[in-house]
Write a protein that binds this ligand. Structure first.
Ligand code: SIN
Length: 272
């Protein structure tokens, strides 16, 4: 297995593994370590059935139901994310960490490229360890005790985004969860910034108006180019990212073309 770093901050390509074959425990350990080290890893040229994809994901933990979309036939945990030739909105086109509004947000999201546009449709990733590390000692100390309210429907354009997928229950958009602003990764022990511009409503115990100036500052920090990595998908690329210490942004720059991704989320622990 070769692990090829993609930027000075995050992202690595993993070569030399066929994910359709069973991984040995040693291979799995090496892969998991690369995942923890690089926060987003990807594999090009993987030919996987839905069963093989599901089985690979299960090695990393319990698969989690995505509350806003049904799974594909026979695979309740594989959600199809599609933007068609005639649609203008795309799923996930804002900086965020997945399902931060749930009590147990997914530790991992996997995305498997079934069909990609001839150009565009890349995904950007940002390193939330670095975003935290570079804050001043004073701001770090102030944020340490803060918790934030993360909602499934903070920003009105969520409505358009979730209309694209088959909604199970619109009442679930009222879902929210309160999590620390700085979370400690449960495997690496490192601290990461954990607020995002689409789900974080405000700091617990403060109004949104009081919260927004500081949140806006933190969102600028999240999107500093130095922390980012851009994944150019190929057909049959599989990527997996760590929602505990990254944010991502799906570029919506391929109007007129179809993009089909199969998504799986793996349950995480309560952020602390
Ligand atoms: C997501 O936000 O989970 C989807 C990202 C993408 O489609 O690139």
């Amino acid at each position: 297995m070769q692990v090829i770093p993609q930027s000075s901050s995050i992202g690595a390509e993993v070569r030399g593994l066929d994910l359709a074959a069973d991984l040995s425990d040693a291979q799995f350990e090496q892969l998991n370590q690369a995942f923890l080290d690089y926060q987003i890893i990807f594999f090009h040229g993987q030919k996987l059935s839905s069963r093989q994809y599901n089985d690979f994901a299960q090695r990393f933990g319990r698969l989690k139901d995505y509350m806003f979309a049904e799974g594909i036939d026979g695979f309740p945990f594989i959600t199809e994310i599609v933007k068609t030739e005639t649609e203008s909105e795309s799923f996930g086109s804002f900086w965020h960490s997945d399902s931060a509004y749930t009590e147990l947000p997914p530790k991992i999201t996997m995305l498997y490229a079934r069909q990609i546009p001839p150009r565009g449709g890349d995904t950007l990733f940002a390193d939330m360890y670095a975003a935290y590390d570079d804050l001043s000692p004073g701001l770090k100390a102030s944020l340490e005790s803060l918790r934030a309210i993360n909602s499934a429907s903070v920003v009105p354009r969520n409505e358009d985004i979730y209309r694209e997928v088959k909604s199970k229950n619109s009442a679930q958009r009222d879902q929210y969860a309160i999590h620390p602003v700085i979370r400690r990764h449960d495997e690496t022990g490192k601290k990461a910034l954990y607020v995002n511009g689409i789900h974080t409503l405000g700091f617990d115990g403060m109004t949104r108006a009081e919260s927004l100036p500081l949140l806006e500052y933190l969102y600028q920090q999240v999107t500093r180019p130095e922390y980012s990595f851009r994944l150019r998908w190929q057909q049959d690329t599989l990527a997996m990212w760590d929602n505990r210490c990254t944010q991502h942004y799906a570029l919506n720059d391929y109007h007129g073309y179809r993009r089909v991704m199969h998504r799986i989320i793996v349950e995480g622990e309560r952020p602390r």
